[in-house]
Design a protein around this ligand. Structure first.
Ligand code: FAD
Length: 622
């Protein structure tokens, strides 16, 4: 059945697996996606939304490199919001509400239209490993399929165990089988594995809700989009709604606590700190008698609704009774109860920066299997693993993004350097250089790199270069052009900014805190320039940020340059830490197990102090 040897086999068609398949295939590798159910490629297991704080930046980075998540999100969006617009641009984060079914359908169509991508539906139960190198996979029917590299993206499926109240059953997601065999084999090969948990809220029938009792949450008046390509912008959007729990709801939920797997010891593993279940919230914040609930439609043409903020593994009768007491939910009908799931993961310190495992050559891990949570985190790892699998089998240089180049770089470096004991999600605070890593400039940062490795198409590069050229030209215009104080002062007065006397350059006034592009456009010279050069909102936004944040951007660039100096001090592969007696015991142990590639990476390992770094630098002759 499978006579030929594939270049790359990707196991699992979730967000990580779909991006890995697209990347490897688009770069020219013959790629086989083996997944348990071809109907659930790109399935959103939990909330029907993409992006959000820091995650939105990741989606834009995936897009800039030539991945598909941004395009799929735009094609299936039902609402768009730019979060944090009242804060500085480093914090702006795009978020879309999606049609769950259309999202998965768009993924399937995109992959089917990708040359070099083949598909096969079955469970992979083992890996073919010869002399420390993976050479293929074995399926539950006993079929052996050979390949030069394998990317594992099993998500929450490895020995998945679902909990609803006192009931427990095996499953990778509600209604789907758990995957077995892989963990056991990897542990035998010497890998460490652990257990994590996550949970999801009930889904309900939108026709049974009273929206008049809730607060509408519309999308942006001028919705934007994720992809830098020419994808559609929403013309019509669907509203979400907001309601909240109450002291009564909390009391009703508490009645089920003795039957909760979270509290009676059945669930031992750690869940996502920033996506707590409703029972967790009530317990941890006992003084709060209300928590927000966002009521999110699941698509254009379905009445199913996602109850965001009410994730729970309490018994289904408790979930139902409590939800009926939430304002607007008095007549609620359930489609699916909430549940929690426990699954195996592999501590990611067992990986290299390319996401290849240290123990088995040409074997890559990406997504939730690495202890992360979230579609965006998974998709970006899939993309990086797919790219690196292709590069390795073609004997090309690995593709690694630095911490000042992309959130994806921060994510991978955090995972493999620090590891994680609880589900890892991205935050802007994890990035040291967040003024550099903005959602508006992901194309400028990454498209040339994506093009260079053969993933991003020329069309992307041309669009990016045009945007860069136009915004540079516009910034230069602000630097060179003077203004008439009589035209400028009424504008400044309107924002309580001090008036100006002699004509200075526009750049200086535009740099003032309350002065925005909209104010600048009131000047004839500026609006004339925009018209003459046919500048769109993307270019204007780019130029505005470059002018207003030039000081911060410069400072972060200088700091990043300092880091690069340490990044250039490489530590030999087989470095013997045992002989450096002046290293602390903890540092020696951690350095030996993580084996950092550079001094800079060593300095980010928890337990390795600046004193340890000095010892290493002296030894390495620096
Ligand atoms: P998945 O999307 O899980 O995809 C795994 C794929 O691998 C599936 O297609 C599966 O069929 C396939 N597969 C697995 N094993 C095999 C095998 N042996 N052979 C063949 N195919 C295989 N994220 C959040 O950010 N916040 C949350 O609150 C949250 N809650 C969640 C609640 C639940 C109940 C679940 C299930 C997930 C939740 N998530 C949450 C996580 C989010 O869904 C994942 O982070 C994301 O989907 C991970 O993507 P992935 O590609 O790694 O894995």
């Amino acid at each position: 059945m499978f006579e030929k040897e594939y270049d790359v086999i990707v196991v699992g068609g979730g967000h990580a697996g779909a991006e890995a398949t697209a990347a490897a295939a688009n770069m020219g590798s013959s790629t086989l996606l083996v997944t348990m159910n071809l109907q659930t490629i790109g399935q959103m297991s939990c909330n029907p939304a993409m992006g959000g704080i820091a995650k939105g930046q990741i989606v834009r980075e995936i897009d800039a490199l030539g991945g598909y998540s941004g395009i799929i999100t735009d094609k299936s969006a039902i609402q768009f919001k730019m979060l944090n617009k009242s804060k500085g641009p480093a914090m702006w984060s795009p978020r879309a509400q999606n049609d769950r079914m259309r999202f998965a359908e768009e993924w399937r169509m995109a992959l089917e239209n990708t040359p070099n991508a083949d598909f096969y539906q079955e469970m992979v139960t083992g890996l073919l490993v010869e002399k420390d190198k993976v050479v293929g996979v074995r399926t539950s029917l006993g079929i052996e399929i050979r390949s030069k590299a394998v990317v594992l993206t099993n998500g929450t499926f490895l020995n998945g165990l679902i909990h609803i109240g006192e009931k427990q059953f095996g499953g990778g997601r509600a209604g789907e089988k758990a995957a077995t065999g892989i963990t056991e084999q990897l542990v035998e090969l010497g890998f460490d594995s652990g257990r994590m948990k996550t949970g999801t809220p009930p889904r309900v029938d939108g026709r049974s809700l009273d929206y008049d009792k809730m607060i509408p949450q519309p999308g942006d008046d001028r919705p934007e989009k994720f992809s830098y390509l020419n994808t559609p912008v929403l013309k019509v959007q669907r509203d979400c709604h907001m309601t909240h729990t109450s002291a009564l709801v909390h009391d009703l939920l508490r009645e089920g606590f003795d039957r909760s797997p979270m509290f009676n010891g059945r669930i031992q593993s750690i869940g996502p700190r920033y996506c707590p279940s409703i029972e967790d919230k009530i317990n941890r914040f006992a003084d709060k008698d209300a928590h927000q609930i966002f009521v999110e439609p699941e698509g254009w043409n379905t009445v199913e609704v996602y109850v965001n903020g009410f994730s729970t593994s309490l018994p289904e009768d408790v979930q139902y009774k409590a939800l009926k007491s939430v304002k607007g939910f008095e007549r609620v009908k359930f489609f699916r109860p909430g549940y929690a799931i426990e699954y195996d993961y592999f501590p990611p310190t067992q990986l290299k920066h390319t996401l290849e495992t240290k123990l088995v050559n040409n074997l890559y891990f990406a997504g939730q299997i690495n202890g992360t949570t979230g579609y965006e985190e998974a998709a970006s790892q899939g993309l990086m693993a797919g790219i690196n699998a292709h590069l390795k089998i073609n004997e090309k240089e690995p593709f690694v993004l630095k911490r000042d180049e992309a959130y994806i770089g921060v994510l991978v470096d955090d995972l493999i350097t620090k590891g994680t004991e609880e589900p890892y999600r991205m935050f802007t605070s994890r990035a040291e250089y967040r003024t550099l890593l903005r959602q508006d400039n992901a194309d400028l940062r990454l498209t040339p790199k994506g093009y260079e490795i053969g993933l991003a198409k020329e069309e992307r590069l041309i669009r990016m270069e045009e945007k860069q050229e136009k915004s540079r030209h516009f910034v230069d215009f602000f630097k060179k052009t003077s203004f008439d104080p009589e035209e400028m002062n009424p504008i400044l007065e309107s924002v309580d900014s001090a008036s100006v006397r002699q004509s200075d350059k526009l750049f200086k006034v535009f740099s003032r805190p309350k002065v925005t592009m909209d104010h600048m456009l009131q000047l004839e010279s500026v609006s004339g320039f925009v018209k003459e050069h046919d500048l769109d909102t993307e270019v204007m936004e780019q130029a505005e940020i470059e002018v207003k944040y030039s000081g911060y951007i410069e400072k972060e660039k200088n700091n990043a340059d300092k880091l690069h100096r340490l990044e250039n001090v490489r530590i030999p592969d087989n470095f013997d830490y045992a002989k450096l007696k002046s290293l602390s015991f903890e540092a020696r142990e951690k350095l030996e197990s993580i084996r950092p590639v550079t001094i800079s990476q060593a300095s980010r390992i928890s337990g390795v102090s600046p004193a340890d770094i000095s010892v290493l630098l002296v030894y390495l002759g620096r």
